[in-house]
Design a protein around this ligand. Structure first.
Ligand code: COI
Length: 355
């Protein structure tokens, strides 16, 4: 990342930072926001295409009080990570898949969206500009948050007249405060994350605030997070507040099918491919909560979460404990995924993008 490259990325006179690493306690990264140097920004009016975006100083975004995102929740986001390999290479994991998912989400939410190439370039530029914030290999990653919002004003319910595409970044470690210790989940039977025909299958900002209440209550009771059930039968597992769920029984791994209420996680589908290649049978189908209570292992997946072992699930007052430890199927999947992400295991899938 040279002075010239930095200058080309910036819209105003650059303040170039030469340090290899920012001043961060790399051994104690959680999932809090650390302010980094730069973000990417591009705009577009309704029924047109995004202008060429720019890397600018990280900072607040000015919005009309009538902005579509503030009034009607017209917003979607993505999450992807940049990793530093042991050899110093900077690697992104399947950013094109986030770009495709943003386009699908934008279509659902009647928003304009950046092209795949623009999205991937924006993520690359944001990661490179914030290179000193990418943790040393093995200490975490730079979480990149692409955000697409209806930024133009609209008083009536309608698509906003203008859209803003942003990418910001923060160094992160483990998502849960438990670190890598197994999670204790509770099944919530009162609140639902999504309904058929709703927006649960896309990464709409409107899917997240409604789960905070159930999540806080669960955390007060000592749980790590909440597992939601389908809203029709109240019987089939769907997902956790911030991640997808899997169970292992014998040689078979099962996960809820994505039928519009479940986020099509990129880690989810990567784990499905890895598991099949490692010889497991993987089923995407309706999974009853009763089956979960009889599983050998349970784990969650997500970009933020990676692959996290579940130690217990509590449902209707009954607590079931699962096998934990290094030998589990989910730990094998985790090590393979992370090995590919940091360039330690051969990437036969072509998932990793070096920048
Ligand atoms: C991610 O895994 O990137 C997510 O978007 C989860 C987020 C709600 C923390």
């Amino acid at each position: 990342f040279t002075a010239q490259a930095s200058s080309a990325l910036r819209e105003s006179e650059p303040v170039i930072r030469y340090e290899e690493y920012a001043d961060v306690d790399w051994n104690n990264l959680g999932f809090g926001l650390t302010r980094t140097d730069y973000m990417y920004k591009a705009k577009c009016t309704l029924n047109s295409t995004f202008e060429q975006g720019q890397v600018t100083d990280y900072g607040n975004v000015e919005l009309s009080p009538a902005a579509g995102v503030l009034n009607y929740g017209q917003g979607i986001f993505e999450g992807t990570k940049a990793f530093r390999g042991e050899d110093g290479r900077i690697l992104l994991f399947r950013p094109d898949q986030n770009a495709v998912r943003m386009q699908i989400g934008a279509e659902r939410m009647c928003m304009e969206s950046p092209s795949i190439q623009q999205f991937v370039d924006a993520v690359k530029q944001t990661a490179i500009a914030n290179k000193r914030w990418i943790p040393p290999s093995g200490k975490g990653s730079l979480y990149l948050r692409p955000l697409l919002i209806g930024s133009g004003p609209t008083l009536g319910v309608s698509p906003a007249p203008e859209y803003t595409f942003l990418v910001y970044a923060s160094p992160v470690g483990n998502y849960f405060k438990e670190g890598t210790a197994p999670l204790n989940l509770c099944v919530n039977t009162e609140y639902h994350r999504a309904t058929r025909g709703g927006a649960g299958g896309v990464k709409s900002i409107t899917n997240y605030a409604p789960v905070i209440k159930a999540m806080l209550k669960a955390k007060e009771q000592g749980f790590s997070d909440v597992l939601y059930l389908d809203s029709v039968h109240k019987k089939y597992i769907e997902e956790v507040s911030s991640c997808n769920i899997f169970l292992v029984k014998g040689n078979t791994i099962s996960t809820p099918a994505t039928v519009g209420t479940i986020l099509e996680g990129i880690t989810r589908k990567s784990i499905i491919d890895i598991a099949r290649d490692l010889g497991y049978k993987v089923e995407e189908r309706l999974v009853a909560v009763d089956e979960l209570m009889e599983a050998d292992e349970v784990f969650t997946t997500g970009t933020a979460v990676s692959v996290a072992s579940v130690g217990s699930v509590t449902y209707n007052g009954q607590r079931v404990e699962y096998k934990t430890g290094d030998k589990l199927v989910n730990q094998k999947l985790y090590k393979t995924l992370v090995g590919i992400q940091v360039g330690k295991i051969e990437d036969k899938y072509n998932w990793v993008v070096e920048i």
